[in-house]
Write a protein that binds this ligand. Structure first.
Ligand code: AHR
Length: 657
């Protein structure tokens, strides 16, 4: 964060503001109002826009186990077609289902002529990002059937030149894992990998993998460090995973099944990604889920970054935007069992079936799961009936685990009203509301929860993002108008922290070349990543949350957009600070006099400002720091401070009590 000491400039603001007859704002720091939950600001994760495979999951090889619908997708034969037919050497896909039913296909390498070239080239996900001087772990499962064939692995730059290589050979009888380390001598955004087969004989190969060694926490086969760091920096209260519509699937067969994502990585059965062909303008036929990032890894990441896990499970109803394929109520047992077993996997004793698997995977301690979601963005009677059945069974076994239920795709209208009527009767505890709306909606709805029924369920504002062009339009941008409008809206979420227990922006990640949905919180390419202005807003809220709300009023009223000014205030018991958040969505500056009851006579304040004069501006991969908060300090006399709140500004002031 950039720092400027504004002590001197502050004097100018005082004089300037006095001349403008500042608007008086009263903050009462003598009494706290309602607690702000530690879960208040969190993260929504879904494998959309190549967020997992090709993104957070650091695997660099696409279709590593040849299980995509077309087995050679992502791969090229070496040599290429013309010369291939003049050789006795051959590559075939061999079906090994008898030995590995969840991952049946392997490549059979027939190297009959040792003098001829034979190999495979992988194109990666939009190329392979490689960094000069960094080390890469190559591995594969190999079985030598006859003769003596060994493997040469080469990293290539964009011109096809070799920028690192190693050789590996299998010494085991039957299937064995071969490993090698390669250092890249150049940085390339879109490299490739060659796997050359040398010598003579027959070999089977599968699960061809390349990972950077420099992953998050240095874990082998782990997650992209820069992307997890951006999440950790947000200090999120929770992470919701694995989605999103991906939970539901286009059909029931394509739903997310957590049990298929745990255990040995090489045995996890892949699944097509439902976002591959969802939007005809952004087709991605090569989009699959290998589940190398599965439920264990999600739990582990949550633990690493200090966030509560919130897994969302299928309720037996496929996406209602797609097939709406529905499981009969009398056949819901497998879905109920999945939920119950998941709690055992996360929290159960190491002697229980699923707790034992967690321990075997390296985590004997429980993950301390406290809540799960039943169904994603589902609606209507079909949903309510299934929610009722599953929730009753889960609660009977685990009464302390909180359940999250859905309200459908929109936060208003017929379907939403049905949910509002049905869910209280089903004893819903935390209810997930989604709003993908234009920026004005966000500015107009800062009061949304002021009059919500305090005796009903709690709210999870589980998916929201202001849409600059139109809902789900490919022309949407993460521009300042959207981010500022979200900041304004969020003053209302925080003010109503007795009702709103959790909030998260959606979607989270997008690859700059391979996205399906925009806007998104964090964008990345094969080498770098950046947070949008919206990310900065989310991060500022999460890292300046406070533990309880305080009253902040002007003329006896909450600041909910009168003259385009929004505000919320909190007290942070840990740091003994008053935290004031101010949002000015108008173009002109505002002179404000903050009177804070209950402060020491003289104290210091820290201001954090996110601002821009142009609402259309946004961060990009080339200019990632256009929107970055700026910090300054100022003094507060007898609980009074003057603030010159610039136009189009989100400002946070932290004052020691
Ligand atoms: O965030 C993208 C999608 O929006 C989610 O998958 C779904 O829940 C919502 O419709």
């Amino acid at each position: 964060m950039r720092k400027i000491n504004l002590l001197i400039v502050g004097l100018f603001f005082w004089l300037n503001a006095l001349a403008q007859n500042p608007q008086k704002i009263e903050i009462d720091a003598t009494q706290t109002l309602v607690p702000i939950q530690p879960t208040m600001y969190g993260i929504f994760f879904e494998d959309i826009n190549f967020g997992a495979d090709g993104g957070l999951y650091a695997e660099l090889i696409k279709n590593r186990s040849f299980e995509f619908e077309y087995p050679w997708m992502g791969w090229k034969h070496l040599p290429q077609a013309e010369t291939r037919f003049n050789t006795s050497n051959e590559l075939t896909i061999f079906n090994n289902a008898r030995n590995n039913p969840t991952n049946p296909r392997v490549v059979r390498v027939e190297k009959r002529d040792a003098s001829q070239e034979l190999g495979l080239q992988n194109e990666g996900f939009d190329g392979i990002g490689l960094k000069k001087g960094e080390m890469y772990d190559f591995s594969a499962f190999v079985k030598i059937n006859s003769g003596d064939v060994y493997i040469e692995v080469q990293l290539l730059n964009e011109k096809g030149e070799v920028i690192g290589s190693t050789q590996v050979r299998s010494n085991s009888l039957g299937w064995g894992r071969v490993e090698g380390v390669i250092t890249a001598s150049e940085t390339v955004q879109k490299g490739k990998v060659n796997i050359n087969f040398k010598g003579k004989g027959q070999l089977d190969i599968d699960q061809i993998s390349l990972f950077p060694q420099d992953t998050w926490k240095g874990r082998k086969g782990g997650l992209r460090k820069d992307l997890v760091q951006l999440l950790a920096d947000m200090k999120p209260g929770f992470v919701r995973f694995p989605g999103g519509c991906i939970v539901e699937g286009r059909t029931l067969a394509e739903r997310y099944q957590w049990k298929k994502t745990v255990g040995k990585v090489e045995n996890r059965e892949l699944l097509v990604n439902r976002w591959n062909m969802e939007f005809s303008h952004r087709p991605a036929p090569d989009y699959y889920q290998t589940f190398g990032l599965g439920f264990f890894e999600y739990f582990q990441m949550c633990e690493d970054i200090g966030a509560q896990p919130l897994p969302i499970l299928s309720c037996g109803l496929a996406c209602q935007f797609n097939s709406s394929e529905t499981t009969p109520l009398e056949d819901l047992d497998p879905f109920i069992q999945d939920a119950i077993d998941l709690i055992e996997f996360a929290n159960g004793d190491v002697n229980s079936k699923w707790g034992a698997l967690r321990a075997e995977m390296g985590h004997p301690q429980p993950f301390n799961l406290k809540m799960i979601g039943i169904g994603n963005e589902q609606w209507g009677q079909e949903y309510f009936e299934r929610y009722e059945k599953i929730s009753k069974a889960v609660k009977a076994k685990y009464p302390d685990v909180k359940l999250v239920s859905g309200t459908g795709p929109a936060s208003d209208g017929e379907l939403f009203e049905q949910a509002e009527k049905a869910l209280p009767k089903l004893n819903a505890e935390i209810v997930d509301e989604h709003y993908y709306k234009d920026p004005k909606w966000f500015r107009d709805n800062a009061k949304r929860y002021d009059n919500y029924d305090r005796n009903r369920y709690k709210i999870f504002a589980g998916e929201y993002a202001a849409q600059s062009h139109a809902i789900v339009s490919p022309d949407n941008k993460n521009n300042w108008e959207c981010a500022l409008s979200e900041a304004a809206f969020m003053t209302g979420l925080e003010r109503n922290a007795d009702v709103v227990y959790m909030t998260s922006y959606a979607p989270l990640f997008a690859h700059v070349n391979r996205w399906q949905w925009t806007p998104d919180l964090i964008w990345f390419d094969n080498l770098t990543a950046f947070g949008t202005a919206n990310y900065q807003v989310q991060k500022l809220y999460a890292t300046n949350a406070g533990s309880s709300t305080l009253s902040i009023k002007s003329n006896g009223e909450n600041l909910t957009g009168q003259q385009e000014l929004y505000a919320t205030a909190a007290f942070d018991a840990k740091t003994n600070e008053v935290i004031i958040k101010l949002v000015n969505t108008s173009a002109t500056n505002k002179a404000l006099e903050l009177n804070i009851k209950g402060l020491a006579k003289t104290t210091f304040g820290k201001s954090i400002i996110l601002a821009d004069k142009d609402l259309k501006n946004f961060n990009t991969i080339d200019k990632p720091n256009k929107f970055i908060p700026i910090e300054s300090t100022s003094s507060v006399l007898n609980g009074k401070t003057l603030v010159n709140l610039d136009g189009y500004t989100f400002q946070i002031i932290r004052i020691k009590k």
